[in-house]
Design a protein around this ligand. Structure first.
Ligand code: SF4
Length: 239
């Protein structure tokens, strides 16, 4: 673990108490896609490793890579002890397997060394800030992966910003054009309430919207429920 990463202070998370434009977007997307009760997704360490595998990889290939990894090694301890080249072969369906393999090994080695067992269940007892700071010390773990683990496994009020959430938020104008995905985590969360259910549904519905309507190449603004509240659509209309 690098000292620079280990010494990073946990920034205090801020959230909006009143009504905001982000809450209007949340409600409109809720009408379009539904608001669901939170349910935990995967066992926390599985979530962490699968999210590392998912970087620039489709969901199907992420799942295939994890299945092959577990079939080959059968335990977290065995993966932590394995040659990175063998891990890379097992996770080959994921893109950048050669880069991901040594990070996955290092993450598991560090967790086992620090916690005495391959588990991160203790994160459920930490504050969101402390949980994010602990996870982001790990090699290859940034705000998106750390937030996903805390929100999806522990119902903590943090907001993961993936490529879809980042793109859609930027087009709407919730974040500025120069705000990168890492910075967007705190800037977007600050416009939403301290409520894991809201943050979970906001994340999932922005992701759905980015996959179905506000797609990367040609956003389908004519079919979009957000067009009256979207900077991109309004600017396009004026042209
Ligand atoms: S109006 Fe267009 S750019 Fe704006 S969110 Fe909808 S699809 Fe995306």
């Amino acid at each position: 673990m690098t000292n620079a990463k280990a010494s990073r202070a946990a920034p205090p998370l801020t959230h909006a108490a009143g009504d905001t434009r982000a809450m209007l977007i949340y409600r409109l997307l809720g009408e379009a896609y539904g608001i669901r009760p939170w349910v935990p997704r995967r066992e926390p360490l599985h979530e962490l490793i699968s999210t590392m595998l998912s970087h620039r990889t489709t969901g199907a290939n992420e799942a295939k890579a994890f299945t092959q990894l577990w079939s080959k090694f059968g335990s977290w301890e065995a993966i932590a002890a394995a040659d990175p080249a063998d891990i890379a072969i097992a996770i080959a369906p994921a893109n950048f397997a050669e880069a991901k393999a040594p990070r996955i090994k290092a993450v598991l080695q560090q967790i086992i060394a620090e916690r005495g067992a391959p588990t991160i269940d203790f994160l459920g007892g930490l504050s969101p800030e402390a949980g994010l700071a602990w996870l982001e010390r790990l090699p290859g773990v940034g705000p998106k992966t750390a937030s996903l683990v805390l929100l999806f496994c522990f119902h903590q009020p943090v907001l993961p910003v993936d490529t879809h959430v980042h793109r859609v938020s930027g087009r709407i104008g919730l974040i500025g054009p120069k705000v990168n995905a890492e910075q967007a985590h705190t800037l977007l969360a600050a416009q939403l309430p301290l409520d894991a259910d809201v943050l979970w549904n906001f994340h999932l519905n922005m992701l759905r919207h980015g996959q179905r309507i506000c797609v990367w190449e040609r956003p389908r603004c004519e079919d979009c429920t957000l067009r009256e509240h979207c900077d991109y659509a309004q600017a396009r209309q004026r042209q």
